[in-house]
Design a protein. Structure first.
Length: 434
């Protein structure tokens, strides 16, 4: 048996913890450079604001309906996520943090009333950190995900499902007839793993509800669609096919790309941006104990600025030896940038991608590079770099080519509406005056 704990409108909920005046008001959180809505309160959803809606298209709701738009504060959201996950872990004995606002909990062997236990954990999360969440329980991860959707929808849209399933829905406690009724009331597109394309194909085949999908023959599904959808059908039928992942699998590619807050024309400013992206990608690579063999770098203008000359180029630079050293990766990235840069263009975006990734032990053993590996002192330097930046904040230590202007750099993202780092920055701590 699994439980899925999922924070409601998580980014918005984090903001409301420290700004209670936002409760009851339509709120959206905007993406990098305040481009589009990536989180919406229930009130914003009621206005018809869609996920990913460009800010310029919904800006008029500020005056007409009191919409509040905030820049994304990912440091705050990450810290609040850690706190929520630590409390959610008390629900069972194993946990898989699936995303910043979701975690699967293994309930196998846990005795007692799981619905009551889940409501107590939910209340504890709400009381201790102020985040409301939905909890779904099922014999498979897919059914737990479905139960979570029912729990959250039943609370947000009264009447869509029976009231007793609001906030916490336990499919494992239901009779087959009751479970089938819930599945019959849920569109097939709500099933975890059914994307837009497959969902359209299923509807064309007369499969409109979750119950329709659950009643299909898995062998036929595999033959007509894919083994992935076959696994989904088996999970809906109660066969556990997807176990918990205790550690996320190592990424096959690591990328750091950003749109600039304003157009960049100077090579020096591009070098600062590329250095920042290369170092962030290298830090992610070290975190999974990997080495990269190649570095891809790209720059491009904005296709939306039709009045500007258009230019887009990329190149791949191989490393002399696989490395996760920020200096090696940045040197390759800057070499690539020098090769593809052309003056006279208004660049709007750049990025660095690490390719040909291998675990450190594979690099040493299978690739036969034991005699060409970095010296111990170089490894300790990168460890010290990561430790200092983790403790005192990103960018505390940086390569010189990243520049010294900090947030005032020409290419820095627009975050004009970002709230303080209430839990991650001493200067952002809320003040209480008697």
């Amino acid at each position: 048996m699994y439980a899925l704990v999922d924070g409601n409108n998580f980014y918005v909920s984090c903001e409301r913890v420290f700004r209670p005046s936002l409760n009851g008001r339509p709120v959206v959180v905007l993406s990098n450079n305040d481009g589009c809505a990536i989180a919406r309160s229930n009130e914003a959803k009621s206005l018809g604001i869609k996920m990913g809606a460009p800010w310029f298209q919904i800006r008029h709701f500020e005056e007409s309906d009191g919409l509040v738009a905030l820049s994304a504060n990912f440091a705050l959201y990450g810290d609040m996520s850690d706190r929520m996950m630590s409390l959610a872990a008390g629900l069972g004995h194993r946990q898989e943090v699936y995303s910043i606002d979701e975690s699967f909990i293994d309930l196998a062997g846990i005795k007692g009333d799981m619905t009551l236990r889940s409501r107590k954990v939910r209340y504890r999360i709400l009381k201790w950190i102020g985040i409301a969440c939905g909890i779904g329980i099922g014999p498979t991860k897919t059914l737990a995900k479905l139960a979570n959707h029912i729990a959250k929808t039943a609370e947000r849209k009264p009447g869509s499902y029976p009231d007793q399933h609001a906030q916490v829905c336990n499919l494992g406690d239901l009779e087959p007839r009751e479970r089938d009724a819930l599945m019959a009331s849920t569109e097939v597109a709500e099933v975890w793993g059914v994307g837009r394309r497959i969902g359209a194909q299923l509807k064309d085949a007369g499969i409109h509800t979750v119950l329709d999908l659950a009643r299909l023959d898995p062998v036929m599904v595999k033959r007509r669609w894919s083994v992935v959808l076959e696994r989904t059908v088996r999970e809906l039928q109660g066969t556990d096919c997807i176990g918990l992942e205790h550690e996320p699998p190592a990424k096959q590619e690591i990328a750091c790309t950003r749109s600039f807050g304003q157009a960049v024309m100077d090579l020096s400013a591009l070098q600062e941006a590329v250095t920042e992206f290369a170092c962030r990608a290298a830090q992610k690579l070290r975190k999974q104990n990997g080495h990269a063999g190649q570095v891809l770098i790209f720059i491009r203008t904005s296709p939306f600025r039709t009045q500007d000359l258009q230019y887009s180029r990329s190149t791949v630079v191989p490393l002399r030896r696989p490395s996760n050293d920020s200096r090696d990766i940045n040197q390759a990235a800057l070499m690539g940038l020098q090769a593809i840069y052309r003056p006279g263009y208004r660049y709007a975006k750049a990025g660095v991608m690490l390719l040909d990734l291998h675990p450190a032990d594979v690099v040493q053993q299978e690739l036969g590079l034991e005699d060409d590996m970095p010296a111990p002192g170089e490894c300790r330097l990168m460890q010290a770099l990561d430790t200092v930046n983790q403790r005192f904040g990103r960018g505390t230590l940086a390569l010189a080519s990243a520049g010294l202007a900090g947030e005032r750099r020409q290419w820095s993202m627009k975050q004009e509406r970002r709230t303080p780092g209430y839990t991650t920055d001493w200067d952002g701590l809320a003040l209480v005056r008697a």
